[in-house]
Design a protein around this ligand. Structure first.
Ligand SMILES: [Zn+2]
Length: 148
């Protein structure tokens, strides 16, 4: 995500079409990242969605007394995200891209850990959940074995 990005549209929340376009860009980025991770060809329709969003003007960050603040229309926000995806997928971090080891999670992260041994998008979101489930499974099998 893009930290410090606000939403601007005359005080109104984004409409359904904005949400659908955002989902389209998100899914295109996911497909492109997945293709890149697996060494597959990019799908043309995913490239079209990403590049179409990236071609529009991005959000302009502003410096304020309290730090960086960025207001953006939905198109500017999507352009900013799409441009960051273009930078990521054409940059040096591609070999570090991984998908979370939780089968129910599709988050992608850049693994900068020593030895690239990171397995989860985050310990709080997925790592602890998987470890707790593994612990319960071990405890249950030990209990079952003891009962036999
Ligand atoms: Zn995860």
């Amino acid at each position: 995500m893009v930290p410090g990005i606000g939403h601007r549209r005359r005080g109104l929340p984004g409409d359904r079409a904005d949400v659908d376009r955002a989902i389209g860009v998100r899914e295109a980025v996911y497909r492109l990242v997945t293709a890149r991770r697996l060494g597959e060809e990019y799908a043309d329709d995913a490239l079209d969605v990403l590049n179409g969003a990236a071609r529009k003007p991005p959000a302009a960050p502003q410096l304020t007394a309290s730090g960086r603040w960025t207001e953006a229309t939905p198109d500017e926000a999507l352009s900013t995200v799409a441009r960051q995806a273009v930078e990521l997928l054409s940059g040096p971090d591609v070999p570090l891209l991984k998908e979370c080891g939780n089968p129910e999670c599709t988050r992608i992260y850049i693994d900068r850990s020593r030895g690239m041994r990171r397995q989860w998008c985050g310990m709080e979101s997925c790592g602890n959940k998987i470890k707790a489930a593994a612990y319960r499974a071990r405890k249950k099998s030990a209990h079952t074995a003891a009962a036999q």
